[in-house]
Design a protein around this ligand. Structure first.
Ligand SMILES: C[S@@+](CC[C@H](N)C(=O)[O-])C[C@H]1O[C@@H](n2cnc3c(N)ncnc32)[C@H](O)[C@@H]1O
Length: 225
């Protein structure tokens, strides 16, 4: 196999929009190395003895920073590949002097592979890239392979929140998750329509969501059985 070929079909678009300058560039040099997770060649990523929450694709990091600030007892891991987003998130982390956040700056699935079994209490995937064209659907991060590995790394009873403003992606998610429910792996927590719209009380609006680009956002909460 070509060792340079990425292991996963990319679920994200561009990794950089514009070059970083000034304090943003400085934070990438000084703050990022202090809080960045690097993968061990062998064995698992070491985690503190605290509840661990993980967010995949935090964008500019408003939700991650807000949750980490509101939940100081939690160890929060954010995964993002978009350099300008990582730089923005570092700004929030510095501004709020957050000591409970670590960042992984590559494909989240590479980190998931290295996490111990049943280590996560919460996982957020908020407004993942919709990949609306049929030929691109296979790039969607919510797929059988991701759910398989999330099932391994989430504790029984852990929460998974998936949000999207793309109706077709919402249907896609529900189909995938109902398969999981049938197999007894995840269970949808909604009891009525108001449980998936409007946003849950503990949700913090993200930058992408605020633009409501594709339609009405829905919030789909699941528990790992
Ligand atoms: C549409 S944006 C939404 C960002 C943010 N959650 C929000 O609501 O504002 C999706 C983000 O997920 C990131 N992303 C997609 N696949 C990823 C992956 N496999 N690992 C880490 N980040 C990923 C992209 O780089 C992009 O910034």
């Amino acid at each position: 196999m070509d060792s340079k070929r990425p292991k996963y079909l990319s679920s994200f678009g561009r990794r950089q929009m514009r070059g970083l300058r000034g304090t943003q560039a400085e934070r990438m040099e000084t703050l990022l190395p202090k809080i960045q997770i690097t993968l061990p060649e062998e064995g698992e990523v070491k985690l503190p003895n605290k509840p661990v929450w993980l967010e995949i694709g935090y964008g500019a990091g408003e939700h991650m920073a807000g949750q980490a600030k509101a939940n100081p007892n939690v160890h929060y891991i954010g995964c993002e590949v978009f350099t300008n987003g990582i730089a923005a998130a570092l700004g929030h982390i510095e501004k709020h002097d957050l000591k409970n956040v670590q960042l992984f700056i590559d494909d989240a699935r590479l980190l998931l592979e290295k996490l111990p079994d049943a280590c996560l209490e919460r996982v957020y995937i908020l407004f993942p890239d919709p990949w609306p064209k049929k030929k691109h659907n296979k790039r969607r991060i919510v797929n059988e392979a991701t759910l398989e590995i999330l099932h391994r790394v989430m504790k029984p009873g852990a929460r998974l929140r998936l949000a999207t403003d793309d109706k077709q992606y919402a249907i896609w998610i529900l189909v995938k998750m109902m398969e999981q429910q049938t197999e007894g792996r995840f269970r949808w927590l909604a009891e009525s329509a108001k449980d998936w719209y409007p946003a849950p009380k503990d949700h913090l609006t993200t930058r992408y969501e605020a633009k409501a680009i594709r339609g009405q956002p829905v919030f789909l909460d699941f528990t790992r059985v």
